[in-house]
Design a protein around this ligand. Structure first.
Ligand code: C2O
Ligand code: CU
Ligand code: CU
Length: 477
């Protein structure tokens, strides 16, 4: 049916999600971290074991926050100070990046840019006040492919001062894993082969850290379904059989006008979040599959079933559900600074593999063989040197051009940006994101008020692309 991914690029995959007959209780309960009322949480990344394939199956050796995959759900209050003490229990450096939060640069968690990596046994104290309510997440920004790929990712929910009126709040942290038959993770993260192609797309998809079992649902309820794509590289295109879903928020930011996604399919790239309104309009006692169709027919699979309880229908409430817009400054498009950034490189580009671009770098990184780069006003960049400087307080309009044959979810730290247009057409539903998809050959215009000073990473969130050069820094000063 819908084929987002060119057949030529697809690798045949045997997907296990949803196909394993499991008899475990409904769902790993979502574990929120209590902060003892002081607003300070402790996060301890360390090696651990997790029942990824379900109870009774061999546990997987993972890297975890506070012993859990996915990490503990952090619930913050909009506009209220938050603090986290991170104690590194790994045998290598790490940091925590609070993806999507507009926070001070020093709290952004990028080693070598905003802080030093937290050494094994060391700790770092993060403190910020989230200005925006919504669905965010946290993950390491050092050795990202391996640490995130082995499990380190968690949800960060910023709650609205007033509950918006859903009957239920449901959170799905989506991760995928490349597992051997003994349920252990295939090693060799960050290899050049995955780096030049689509990145590591795992064969097992989990929800909140375990292989999905049917999700129980009651006819008539109105659910806020928070989706977080915490995969290294997997895009998803979710179809909800028998249900109409409405997009309420993208990357944490409520949309001005809620809308039904094109063809009923919710596309979610690595690092993106979508908050859906899911109205339980199905029949009591029935099951409805949710399928992921991103990689085309051959590789479509059932993510999970919605399983209606036998109890009779509630009447769907007609009370409006309203997510208030966050205080993201509105770009002044009358007089913006304009820049153009072009993504180049990758497999099948004709530029060849790593090394080909060495020596051409504007940022002095030419020693590392790189596969991808971003072309800015002064040439190719792929490291921590700023590609451009934006004047503090001005509106910036940045035109992003993808000259590669691959999809890239491009992410800017420290900001939420307005997506203005795609290939010359204004976006049908105005929206604000922190990670925007660039399909092959796409040109996308984004705009934001450069009001948050500092050096901010701008990179592809297919982590292997980032690691092989698809990253740079935008300075606001
Ligand atoms: Cu999810 Cu550089 O970030
Ligand atoms: Cu980020
Ligand atoms: Cu990419």
């Amino acid at each position: 049916m819908s084929n987002f991914w060119p057949e030529a690029l697809s690798r045949r995959r045997l997907l296990m999600a949803g196909s394993a007959a499991l008899t475990m209780p409904l769902f790993a309960a979502q574990r929120a971290v209590a902060d003892g009322g002081k607003g300070i949480v402790t996060l301890k990344p360390a090696p651990g074991l997790a029942p990824i394939m379900g109870s009774g199956q061999a546990e997987t050796s993972v890297l975890v926050y506070n012993g859990m995959v996915s990490g503990p759900v952090l619930r913050l209050a909009q506009g209220k100070p938050f603090q986290a003490n991170v104690i590194n229990g790994l045998d290598e450096g790490t940091t925590v990046h609070w993806h999507g939060i507009r926070l001070p640069n020093a709290m952004d968690g990028v080693p070598g840019l905003t802080q030093a990596s937290i050494k094994p046994g060391g700790s770092f104290h993060y403190a910020f006040t989230p200005p925006d309510a919504g669905t965010y997440w946290y993950h390491p920004h050092d050795h990202t492919a391996r640490q995130m790929g082995r499990g380190m990712a968690g949800a960060l929910i910023v709650e609205e001062p007033e509950p918006p009126g859903f009957d239920r709040d449901m959170l799905w942290v989506l991760q995928d894993w490349e597992l051997l038959s003994d349920n252990q993770i295939v090693d060799g993260f960050d290899n050049e082969m995955e780096g030049m192609m689509a990145g590591r797309i795992g064969t097992t998809v989990t929800i909140n850290g375990t292989i999905p079992t049917p999700v129980s649902i009651r006819a008539g309820e109105r659910i806020r379904l928070r989706l977080i794509n915490a995969c290294l590289a997997r895009f998803m295109a979710l179809r909800f059989a028998g249900h109409r879903v409405v997009v309420m928020a993208l990357d944490g930011q409520p949309v001005v006008q809620p809308f039904e996604p094109d063809g009923g399919i919710t596309v979610i790239a690595p690092a993106q979040r979508v908050d859906l309104l899911l109205e339980a309009t199905g029949e009591p006692g029935s099951k409805y599959p949710i399928t992921d169709e991103f990689y085309g027919n051959d590789e479509s699979y059932k993510l999970v079933d919605l399983a209606y309880s036998e109890s009779s229908k509630l009447t769907i409430s007609t009370k409006p559900i309203i997510l208030r817009l966050n205080p993201v400054p509105k770009p002044d498009l009358t007089n913006p600074v304009r820049h153009q950034l072009t993504i180049v490189g990758g497999g099948m580009s004709g530029m060849g593999m790593g090394g080909m671009m060495g020596g051409m770098m504007a940022d002095g990184n030419s020693a590392t063989p790189q596969i991808w780069a971003i072309k800015g006003p002064d040439g190719l960049n792929q490291g921590m040197a700023p590609i451009l400087t934006l004047p503090l307080g001005r509106t910036a309009v940045i035109t992003l051009i993808n000259q590669t044959k691959w999809w890239h979810p491009m992410h800017l730290h420290g900001y939420s940006f307005h997506v203005l247009s795609r290939n010359g057409d204004a976006e049908q539903y105005p929206h604000i994101r922190d990670t925007v998809i660039l399909r092959p050959k796409d040109t996308v215009e984004i705009a934001f008020v450069a009001d948050n000073p500092g050096d901010w990473m701008f990179h592809c969130h297919v982590v292997e692309h980032q690691d092989f050069g698809l990253m740079t820094v935008i300075r606001v000063a």
